[in-house]
Design a protein around this ligand. Structure first.
Ligand SMILES: *Cc1c(COP(=O)(O)O)cnc(C)c1O
Length: 404
């Protein structure tokens, strides 16, 4: 476009709006640039139409795509060994958008029974209003999942490590079942992160994350992601453009930064969690400790096969531990209240150790009988082991349990 006027010919309000734009530097920045813009400009109307119509690559509008958000999603896809990735405003935005992209009225979902609460609500309460039904399989064993598959089953849903019992999904078994049935295997891998386990390597077609947890890692950012086959991820991206659950570029910057220290943090979380689980299990006030790193855990051998080793050569089993003191609900709540280092708070995966009394928080809808059936004691406490020194953590929980 040839300019027929210069800025100095115009009034200040016009000049203030049409300020010079910074040139894109030739030297690539080492830090991730934050493209804090909702809108991208085109040379011509034809370019705009071509990019919007998918005939040319490019950016139009940050609800649809944004370079900073794409950089985070591509980085996570790289760590997961996946073809493609897309980012979302939260883990639930990633999960709901994925399910709505893959399902239609009349479809059926098979999922393991111990699901994240928000996912359970979607499958049990929200999706049935749109004609989608679900069968929840206790334990999520591959044989039981296979038996629950029907002609109208459209996907199988699992979590790599399920909250709060730390049940380990039989990913190769589930992948064999879904492959035979010709349906995608969708796995929420929030608790594992790609440092502990990469479900794509075991046959998952889509992997979901609440990046709010370990990926952000500092309890200060909300986000989510889906990675997997390029074809399925493209369908989820198209649905995100309709529903609008896009990640903001500011949050994408923090989550991308989080990925750079994820291996260091997760290995430390895992090593501390194992040391904590082993030591605290000895306390006389403890009824049980549920952690895949302990040989008594149902998923211990499976985790040994599916989970990666850290730099010290030892298998990493995740950073969350279910600690059940003797006594009832009050006993579990009182232990939480007596902690000096452990914070009473929701969420997990941050630098601080955080505790949650399971029957009064994440599983508050379950009565004692239902809790018992799910393998959760009335005093059960979920501990997200932080980056504090593990000896200090054991000392803190010991003083809290001593007073039980
Ligand atoms: C927290 C969490 C979610 C939801 O993520 P948000 O970022 O809170 O929306 C989904 N799945 C699992 C396993 C989670 O822990």
């Amino acid at each position: 476009m040839t300019r027929v006027t210069t800025p100095r010919d115009r009034r200040m309000s016009t000049r203030a709006v049409h300020l010079p734009r910074p040139a894109v530097p030739h030297e690539p920045p080492v830090g991730l640039p934050v493209y804090r813009t909702a809108v991208f400009e085109f040379e011509t109307m034809q370019d705009y139409a071509d990019v919007l119509g998918g005939r040319k690559p490019g950016y139009v509008y940050s609800r649809i795509d944004n370079p900073t958000t794409d950089a985070f999603a591509a980085a996570l896809a790289e760590l997961e060994g996946a073809e493609a990735g897309q980012a979302f405003a939260s883990g639930m935005a990633a999960i709901s958008t994925t399910l709505l992209a893959l399902l239609r009225a009349g479809d059926h979902v098979v999922a393991q029974a111990d699901l994240y609460g928000g996912t359970y609500s979607l499958l049990a309460h929200v999706l049935p209003r749109f004609g989608v039904t679900a069968t929840l399989v206790p334990g999520g064993d591959a044989e039981a999942v296979a038996a629950a598959i029907r002609p109208e089953t459209a996907l199988v849903y699992a979590e790599t490590v399920a909250n709060p019992t730390m049940t380990v999904a039989d990913l190769p078994g589930l992948a064999a079942v879904t492959k035979a049935a010709g349906v995608p295997l969708v796995v929420d891998s929030t608790f594992a992160t790609p440092i502990v386990c990469r479900p794509v390597e075991w046959g998952a077609n889509l992997v979901l994350h609440s990046a709010t947890k370990y990926i952000g890692g500092h309890s200060d950012t909300t986000g989510g992601a889906v990675v997997g086959s390029a074809e399925l991820v493209a369908r989820v991206r198209a649905m995100r453009a309709e529903l609008g659950g896009m990640l903001s570029p500011e949050e994408a910057f923090l989550l991308h930064r989080g990925l750079q220290t994820l291996p260091l943090r997760v290995e430390r979380h895992c090593r501390s969690a194992l040391a904590f689980a082993t030591a605290i299990a000895e306390h006389p006030a403890v009824e049980s400790v549920t952690y895949p790193g302990l040989p008594a855990h149902r998923g211990h051998a499976l985790a040994g096969k599916l989970f990666s080793t850290g730099d010290d050569g030892a298998t990493m089993y995740g950073g969350c531990v279910l600690l059940t003191p003797h006594g009832g609900r009050e006993a579990g709540m009182a232990v939480c209240d007596r902690l000096e280092l452990g914070l009473v708070a929701t969420s997990l995966g941050g630098v601080h150790t955080v505790v949650s009394h399971v029957p009064s928080t994440t599983h508050r809808q379950l009565d004692d009988a239902a809790l018992d059936a799910a393998g959760i004691g009335p005093a059960a406490i979920r501990v997200s082991v932080g980056l504090e020194d593990p000896d200090d953590l054991v000392a803190d929980f010991t003083q809290a349990l001593d007073r039980s």
